[in-house]
Design a protein around this ligand. Structure first.
Ligand code: SAM
Ligand code: DTB
Ligand code: SF4
Length: 343
């Protein structure tokens, strides 16, 4: 941790309170102290951290595809795909390989560099992985980075995915440990940590983040960021999702989070995980361009790109291309939204 950051903390929080705190690089009070900085100070520091490791005008474009939608047995309180909530999402079978590859080709033609495939599973069965391996190989062969999110992984499954050429596995811790049980009861926080360990051990890069705006406190948002930042090593890719409130889910109808608090969360993630790709993930459809621009200033350098997330909407590709153009930002390849023949 840089001394530059430390000097701004209240003296008490700079003194580790316990051996456990001493071992952690980002005690939660120090992360909370970042959240409490004057806004301009926070953004300035986030910009400094960002510019040390990245081109501040460059953004990664990652396209998401739901390869197996709905009918999930879990009870995640935010999720429209949980079978137990009446959200209007219909359960579908896993998509055929050719359909997935056609979507990946289209994403690439639009300028995406990463293709993320998501399945509404608690965990994949070994036989499901045969199909996933083919998808990963096919997408990788197109020259795209590959990412999948399939739920919990058992021993050996991560190695199979690595063997197929998987670059990233997305598995979010979602929120601070002490808030977790308010949101999900059908699997434990520790289950998630175990899966992340298997991913890391298999040599796959970790994509792990969470959701804000679920009724957690600021201290709990700091707790989420501290958990991520204290992973050793911290995730290469950190999706910061703003809760998309979906009618029928238990979290629908909550008071919306102040947009500036969302921007602060991005900034704190950037400062504590300076080399990570911090993704301004779900929730952009509900965000003004000005708030998105502030997120980029705060150090976000990745977005989901494509008019759909998994089941909910995302800004249209044309609108995103126009926004990036307005901000003078460019994608990793330099090309955004090359019109393709598939349209
Ligand atoms: N079923 C797998 C799992 O839960 O690990 C993979 C797919 S799941 C939809 C991936 C992540 O999407 C969740 O962990 C959560 O962070 C995010 N997510 C789901 N619904 C969301 C919503 N309504 N708003 C914001 N993020 C959401
Ligand atoms: C992540 O952190 N966010 C994505 C992805 N990883 C899989 C999912 C967002 C889902 C938003 C709700 C939906 O569209 O169903
Ligand atoms: Fe299922 Fe994943 Fe949705 Fe939870 S977040 S209900 S595990 S699809």
């Amino acid at each position: 941790m840089s001394t530059q950051v430390l000097e701004f903390y209240p003296a008490a929080s700079a003194v580790p309170a316990s051996p456990a705190a001493a071992a952690s690089r980002w005690p939660v009070e120090q992360v909370a102290a970042l959240f409490a900085l004057p806004f301009n100070e926070l953004i300035y520091r986030a910009q400094q951290a960002h510019r040390e490791h990245f081109d501040p005008n460059e953004v990664e474009l990652a396209t998401l595809l739901s390869i197996k939608t709905g009918g999930c047995a879990e009870d995640c309180g935010y999720c429209p795909q949980a079978a137990r909530y009446d959200t209007g999402v219909e359960a579908q079978k896993i998509l055929p390989l050719e359909t997935v590859l056609a979507h990946a080709r289209e994403a690439k033609a639009h300028g995406a560099t990463r293709f993320c495939m998501g399945a509404a599973w608690r965990e994949p069965k070994d036989r499901d992985l045969d199909q996933i391996e083919d998808m990963v190989r096919g997408v990788k062969d197109m020259g795209l980075e590959t990412c999948v999110t399939l739920g919990m992984l058992a021993e050996g499954q991560a190695a199979r995915l690595k063997g197929a050429g998987l670059d990233y596995y997305n598995h979010n811790i979602d929120t601070a440990p002490e808030f977790y049980n308010n949101v999900i009861t059908t699997r434990d926080y520790q289950d998630r940590i175990d899966t992340l360990g298997r991913v890391r051990d298999a040599g796959i890069k970790v994509c792990c983040g969470g959701i804000v705006g679920m009724g957690e406190s600021r201290l709990q948002r700091a707790g989420l960021v501290a958990q991520l930042a204290n992973m050793d090593p911290y995730p290469e890719s950190v999706p910061v999702n703003h809760l998309v409130q979906v009618e029928g889910t238990p979290l629908h109808g909550l008071d919306p989070l102040d947009p500036l608090e969302f921007v602060r969360t991005i900034a704190v993630a950037r400062i504590t995980m300076p080399k990570a790709r911090v993704r301004l993930s779900a929730g952009r459809r509900q965000m003004s361009e000005a708030v998105q621009a502030l997120c980029f200033m705060a150090g976000a350098n990745s977005i989901f790109y494509g008019d759909k997330l998994l089941t909910t909407g995302n800004p249209e590709v044309d609108a995103d291309a126009a926004l990036l153009d307005k901000l003078g930002m460019h994608s990793r390849t330099g090309h955004v939204d090359a019109r393709c023949e598939l349209e």
